[in-house]
Design a protein around this ligand. Structure first.
Ligand code: C5P
Length: 234
């Protein structure tokens, strides 16, 4: 499994790279690695660290015990999430058939969600995405040039058909490698891995996600994440 953790996390405010920010005293990345290692289906975790942070991340993972059956490697990331995932995939041994990609920024995903994604891939799906129904109505707009300007609405998709996607996303390894190679050649960008598989024309399916698999992006998300951890300990 691959965990891209090389983002700077600018939307979270100033400070360390996002994955290294602490949640209740433990770096977000350590929570994320533990969440993955909690699944018996995960035997190897490849962490993609900021290019200048590989020794620091190695040290961090050495210092926090993982289950003995889980091996981990740390590799240097790239300028975009897509590039970081591709570099992580390069470090997955050739005999691994099922690959998960999980954002370090989703540190609290429950093991049941991880297992459900793996099971769907093992049952034959080539790309599996955990997702939640959306609560807000979503509008597509013509983005304004600068911040704060009015933006004309282009469309209002039917809310009941929309899903907000999470990670870990699960893949048949060959399909994901193919998707990354094809999109990189075309010089295109993507915000999630399943989107790249869609562009290949391969089928992608959604399974139920979990509200605790939310992405820690803004300062308010840190407050929520610490509250979830406190509730788990209570
Ligand atoms: O920026 P975003 O929130 O979409 O990042 C999602 C995940 O991708 C985060 O875990 C982040 O650390 C990672 N990332 C990366 N390399 C980059 C940018 C983001 O590994 N260059």
């Amino acid at each position: 499994m691959v965990i891209p953790a090389a983002g700077r996390g600018v939307r979270l405010g100033p400070g360390a790279p996002k994955a290294l920010r602490a949640l209740n005293g433990t770096p977000m990345l350590v929570h994320a690695v533990r969440a993955m290692a909690a699944s018996r289906a995960v035997s190897l975790v490849v962490v993609v660290a900021p290019a200048d942070g590989v020794p620091e991340v190695k040290h961090l993972l050495d210092a926090h015990a993982l289950p003995e059956r889980t091996d981990y490697r740390v590799v240097a990331g790239g300028d975009t999430r897509q590039e970081s995932v591709r570099l992580g995939l390069d470090a997955v041994p050739g005999d691994v058939d099922v690959v998960l990609v999980h954002d370090a920024a989703r540190p609290l995903v429950p093991v049941e969600t991880v297992d459900a994604v793996v099971e769907a891939v093992r049952d034959g799906a080539v790309a599996v995405v955990p997702a939640m129904p959306v609560t807000d109505t979503v509008k597509e707009v013509e983005p304004a040039g600068g911040p704060g300007g009015p933006e004309p609405v282009v469309a209002t998709p039917v809310r009941a058909r929309l899903r907000a996607v999470q990670t870990p996303q699960g893949f048949d390894r060959a399909t994901l490698v193919d998707a990354h190679a094809t999109i990189a050649l075309a010089g295109e960008g993507a915000t999630d891995d399943a989107g790249m598989v869609e562009r290949l024309g391969a089928p992608v399916v959604v399974v139920p996600g979990h509200e605790e698999a939310f992405k820690v992006t803004r300062p308010l998300d840190l407050v929520l994440a610490e509250a979830v951890l406190a509730r788990r300990r209570a």
